[in-house]
Design a protein around this ligand. Structure first.
Ligand code: DHK
Length: 149
């Protein structure tokens, strides 16, 4: 049985490709999912890939990942990055590594985007690589958990 990782996406990432393409690019969330599945497969990992516009649903999925003993969790919390103590509280209950991903370079944007609650629970943070950041996060996670390359 391959180990399973979770890739969770927050609000408005369902609109990737249409939403501010000058910042987030033209790739869609379906493209991101395809990239994650292909990258995970190369590392012998299975993926649960989800997106929600609702904070509580994301918290439920983090708790699901914990109950199912996920091997790792990658999250782009989007707009909840800077506000969600609830997502932070859920993430710190995980034993598996958490990797935070942002498509854009949040440090080169508005000041308010730079503070992340999620970073407090993250083993690593990837930002500014566009959607390729998801592939980098999966590769880094695979190395952390010691699965085959
Ligand atoms: C996505 C969002 O929706 C923003 O709220 C974050 C992040 C940045 C991203 O770059 O993926 O500030």
């Amino acid at each position: 049985m391959p180990k399973t990782i979770y890739v969770l996406n927050g609000p408005s990432l369902n609109l990737l490709g249409e939403r501010q393409p000058e910042i987030y690019g033209r790739a869609t969330l379906a493209d991101v999912e395809k990239l994650c599945r292909a990258t995970a497969k190369r590392h012998g990992l299975a993926v649960e890939f989800r997106q929600s516009n609702h904070e509580g649903e994301i918290v439920d999925w983090i708790q699901e990942a914990r109950a199912k003993k996920t091997a790792g969790l990658i999250i782009n919390p989007a707009g909840y990055t800077t506000t969600s103590v609830a997502i932070l509280d859920a993430l710190v209950t995980l034993k598996a590594p958490v990797i935070e991903v942002h498509i854009s370079n949040i440090h080169a944007r508005e000041e308010f985007r730079r503070h992340s609650y999620v970073s407090k629970a993250a083993r690593a943070v990837v930002c500014g690589f566009g959607i390729n950041g998801y592939a980098l996060a999966i590769t880094g996670l695979a190395a952390l958990i010691g699965v085959k390359v």
